[in-house]
Design a binder for this molecule. Structure first.
Ligand SMILES: Nc1nc2c(c(=O)[nH]1)N[C@H]1C(S)=C(S)[C@@H](COP(=O)(O)OP(=O)(O)OC[C@H]3O[C@@H](n4cnc5c(N)ncnc54)[C@H](O)[C@@H]3O)O[C@H]1N2
Ligand code: MOO
Length: 437
């Protein structure tokens, strides 16, 4: 190990990239093949479990409801007893029980969710009755005005959930509905896939933390780190803040050495292109012995997007997404690679973004590289058969942070060919859904 001992000299830098720009499909396959679902762990059932993926099947161990239960507020009766006056011999409300038995000529006052006493086999709703006798405190006799069939407005034992029924399948993603079902199951602990820990590091001598009051001339606020951390958080992954690192081999090595200790995935921005301070790929290879699985992708934006894998001071595989420094490039490539990879590691079966067909509202000149253009779904035009997409901005430069604003789609545009140099207004193209609609 020679962590960052000497600096690289600019005179030795290559004058053309040694990395073939591979097609997007190939790059995605490499990432998806490399990342596998994490080990599982047992966690208590609580409200923080949304976004976790179940690593076991949840089976019902008790019926739901546990007693015969009324669907209506009314009177539990014997169906064959028919209409007519009935003595109110007992009362149940939700949560209470009774051992009094309903016999012909009697009934039990019940509430929605309350227990049906033995003997009764139907419920007559209060609207279909009249009070005949009372003692100013309690109802004594009611007139049942309608005939009901046996079973009317009664939830039988286990009619919602029966013992042995599958409540939640393995690999199911826990959302609010599933938390409710887990609560009903009575389980206190569940087995889930561990969510990967991702650390976001930004590199660049020009960067100052975004909270700085003043930005010295020539410096810029670090926007990538808050943007990418927010992206991961909004996808349900806690992002660890790895800070800003200056463009020196020593500092990059120190930062990575620490980050590898507690993160499965490193998301680093900057220093992956051809500049004299672009050290990331070399450091990963030479100082950490990592394999660069790809160092460039034939896509726009995000050409120098890099994916490296290896082990560092542990037996566990570490994954590094070294993304281009340009703010739009890092955000788009994180959407395309990091989010699905984290989802796969967290056990998601469907870890890729959903792709839909959208209609364009403008003609677009195609780039040589297949392009992921920022756009949003236009609600005003939802009445059309195909949803309509509007580009966030005409200016889609990778330095133009503002063209990420409001984007919930990435239009997947093909590379330019002689036969097809542009896509026309009204044309239908693929779009990845990347944010709330
Ligand atoms: N000779 C070549 N130059 C460049 C090439 C190339 O193929 N040959 N590729 C270009 C492309 S495409 C991209 S994308 C960029 C990516 O370069 P790097 O990843 O090395 O990024 P940097 O040079 O460090 O930064 C680029 C740009 O982004 C700004 N930046 C960086 N980090 C942040 C941050 N955390 N927050 C806000 N802005 C940031 C930085 O100041 C630069 O302006 O390379 C092209 N060049
Ligand atoms: O590919 Mo770079 O990401 O154009 O800006």
């Amino acid at each position: 190990m020679h962590l960052g001992k000497e600096e690289f000299s600019v005179v030795n830098r290559p004058r053309s990239s040694q990395w073939t720009a591979i097609p997007m499909e190939e790059a995605l396959k490499i990432v998806y093949d490399a990342v596998v679902p994490n080990l599982t762990k047992t966690v208590p059932v609580n409200l923080n479990r949304t976004g976790f993926v179940l690593a076991e099947q949840i089976i019902a161990t008790h019926p739901y409801p546990q007693v015969r239960t009324s669907v209506k507020d009314g009177y539990a009766v014997i169906a064959t007893d028919g209409p007519g006056p009935k003595e109110v011999i007992t009362v149940t409300t939700a949560g209470s029980i009774t051992d009094i038995v309903v016999r012909p000529g009697t009934c039990c006052r019940v509430s929605t969710g309350s227990m049906i006493p033995e003997g009764a086999d139907a419920v007559v709703q209060v609207e279909d009755t009249a009070l005949l006798k009372h003692n100013n405190v309690e109802e004594l006799v009611v007139d049942i005005k309608t005939a009901v069939k046996s079973g009317t407005d009664i939830r039988e034992v286990g009619s919602d959930i029966s013992i042995g029924q599958i409540l939640l399948e393995k690999n199911c993603v826990l959302g609010s509905a599933e938390i409710g079902i887990l609560a009903a199951s009575g389980r206190r602990h569940i087995e889930v896939y561990r969510k990967p820990k991702a650390c976001v590091i930004t590199t660049g001598n020009e960067l100052v933390d975004f909270t700085a009051d003043d930005v010295p001339l020539g410096k810029i606020r670090d926007t990538n780190r808050p943007q990418l951390m927010a992206l991961l958080n909004s996808n349900g992954f806690k992002a660890i803040d790895g800070g800003i690192v200056s463009d020196t081999r020593k500092h990059i090595c120190e930062a990575l050495d620490v980050a590898f200790k507690f993160s499965d995935v490193l998301v680093i921005t900057g220093g992956v292109s051809m500049g004299e301070k672009d050290l990331m790929k070399t450091v990963l290879q030479q100082d950490f012995g990592f394999t660069i699985n790809f160092g460039r992708i034939f896509m726009k934006p995000g050409l120098p997007t890099t994916f490296a894998t290896g082990k560092w001071r542990t037996d566990a595989q570490r994954f590094v997404f070294a993304l281009p420094g340009n703010p739009v490039s890092s955000w788009v490539s994180a959407q395309l690679f990091v989010v699905p990879a984290l989802r796969k590691m967290a056990g998601y079966k469907y870890f890729e973004h959903t792709v839909i067909k959208v209609k364009l509202t403008e003609s677009i000149s195609l780039d040589r590289r297949p392009e992921y253009r920022r756009a949003w779904l236009d609600f005003r035009m939802f009445q059309e058969a195909t949803p309509v997409a509007v580009c966030t901005s005409k200016n889609q430069l990778s330095s133009q942070l503002l063209n990420t604003r409001g984007a919930n789609l990435l239009l997947r545009l093909p590379g330019r060919t002689e036969e097809k140099p542009f896509v026309k207004e009204g044309e239908i193209v693929d779009a990845l859904i990347i944010g709330p609609i």
